[in-house]
Design a protein. Sequence first.
Length: 296
Amino acid sequence: MLKKLSIVMSVIVLAGVSALTGCTSNPDPSKPTIVIGSQGYYSSEIIAEIYAQALEKAGYAVDRQFRIGPREVYLPEIEAGRIDLFPEYSGPLLQYWQPGTTARLGDDVYAQLQQATPPGLRVLDQSAATDQDSYVVTQAFANQWGLVAVSDLAKVTTPLILGASSNALDRPNGPNGLLSVYGIEVGFTPIEDSGGPLTVKALKDGDIQLAIIYTANPSITANNLITLEDNKGLFLASHIVPLASDNVDEQAASIINAVSAAMGPGDLIGMNARSVNDQLPAQTIARDWLTEKGLI
């Protein structure tokens, strides 16, 4: 009797795992296994999980390689053919391949990105959803110095310290970009949580005065932070765009394009809030969104 009960419980557990991940128990052997990666950032992982579950529903086997790290780490892996599909951001990706690009608007950035993508890779349809880097300050600091736009930081007469992930130090949106585009000199403190709670705490405690936080991060609203207007166009438009290898066949590409077409800015903010505020796993958030949109 105990053995029979154990078998029944095992079946229930396995069924629960399958329902959570959205994966099919019988992948089609005629279809390629697709390796999907994500950045070490919850929003990227959620989108990657959406791709994975949508493809699994269509019979593809998926190898998840999530939370790899920053662009400087994972892009060489993609270029080497070890990752097949990755949720990317159009502007920062274009700047990686073309640091001197002058494109700023969404369609211009996407068009140049298509041309800049190396052989063996292609960008699929970009989504209306955006998650753009931005400079953020506290409401109190904005009120103290009358800050609305990034150029207003020139009014600040006390030392400014920018907080962001360490890779920002050498990126166009870091201290060098602020100096070259706006003529504003700042110090730099590395905070390795992609604009997460450590960054927000440093802002609120006054350890830093300025932070780079993605615009779809729900902590901006939750903590009454102010996003400064990029009035000189330092930041490029940053739409969610799938970066795919030649291993992603046309059926898989059409599935991912359907995901991109269904995802808007509000969807991304809502999913990020479920991760940050409700502490839900990416698998659950992805499954719920795909179900809501009728994609699985």
